[in-house]
Design a protein. Structure first.
Length: 79
């Protein structure tokens, strides 16, 4: 089997917070849809979540404080 970059979620699923120190404190995700003409990228660290669509020109970036705004209504990146 070919190795891929990343971290296994198995320790977190088995041991929960006890395994947290073995993983980075952030998550990076990306999506490239088959019928969607642009991609999106997401970075989350702690209570902060940043999302960019396409090149950043089609849609403004989004920045949320998930503790204060768990429904993601207030975009902190908006002027």
């Amino acid at each position: 089997a070919e190795a891929i970059d990343g971290y296994s979620l198995v320790p977190l699923l088995k041991d929960g917070d006890l395994a947290a120190a073995s993983h980075p404190d952030h998550v990076i995700s990306q999506f490239h849809g088959e019928t969607l003409a642009m991609s999106w990228y997401m970075i989350r660290r702690g209570e902060i979540k940043y999302v960019a669509w396409g090149t950043g020109e089609e849609h403004e970036p989004q920045l949320f404080n998930l503790t204060a705004d768990p429904e993601e209504w207030v975009n902190l990146a908006s002027p």
